[in-house]
Design a protein around this ligand. Structure first.
Ligand code: MD3
Ligand code: FE
Length: 203
């Protein structure tokens, strides 16, 4: 059953596996309309994670800062709509973790190639921190770093494998977290990559 990683953080091992075929089709459909791209941090560094969004709002980073935007800055058009399988999976996972009625308005699609990492950060660009974030790991396994409320807090290493879903709410919502550099490997879901979906109520 649901495994609490820490107060507010619930791991649902392999929860997304029954949906992985539909998720693959949906990810392909989204990135056909909003291609994966390497955003630039406000400090001018190219992120090693390639990103795209779907839903009413998309997370973007550029030299001016981080924000949620209704439009894809690459196309000037709204982000693709949230696929039904995304919406259903996110709501079902949130409900298992005790968050009834979770209606995400943003989904960030992250692609990790071997060597890609995500440095320790907090997710603070959303309006209401009482809303959880639901993350779905697909393809190659990664080692996730789960820290505390302060950057200097010790981080735990948590392997996240294909189909694992984590609901980050309550006190865990503002904890620092990151991903170690992805190791080379093979996985049938996506050639040589890890795909992570994060569902948020941003607006
Ligand atoms: C813990 N993504 O997109 S998912 C991100 O694997 C992000 O792509 C990572 O961190 C990835 O911001 C981690 C797990 C995750 C997502 C959001 C969190 C963990 C979190 C928010 C608060 C605490
Ligand atoms: Fe994050």
């Amino acid at each position: 059953g649901p495994l609490p990683l820490a107060p507010g953080a619930v791991v649902l091992r392999r929860f997304a596996r029954p949906y992985d075929g539909a998720l693959l089709d949906a990810v392909r459909e989204v990135i056909a309309q909003a291609p994966l791209r390497h955003m630039v941090t406000p400090g001018g560094l190219r992120m090693s994670v390639a990103m795209a969004n779907c839903g009413d709002l998309g997370w973007v980073s550029d030299r001016t800062g981080y924000r949620y935007d209704r439009l894809d800055p690459e196309s000037g058009k709204p982000w693709p709509r949230l696929p039904d399988v995304f919406r259903r999976l996110a709501a079902e996972a949130a409900s298992r973790a005790g968050f009834e009625g979770f209606v995400p308005d943003a989904c960030l699609v992250n692609r990790y190639e071997p060597g890609t990492r995500l440095s320790m950060h907090q997710d603070r660009d959303e309006r209401d921190f009482s809303q959880p974030i639901v993350s779905v790991s697909l393809g190659l396994s990664a080692v996730f770093l789960f820290g505390g409320p302060k950057r200097s807090d010790m981080a735990r290493r948590v392997p996240l494998d294909h189909g694992d879903v984590v609901v980050w709410g309550g006190p865990a919502r503002l904890h620092y977290h990151g991903v170690l550099p992805l190791k080379e490997g093979a996985h049938p879901f996506w050639d040589g990559c890890r795909i992570n979906l994060t569902f948020r109520k941003a607006g």
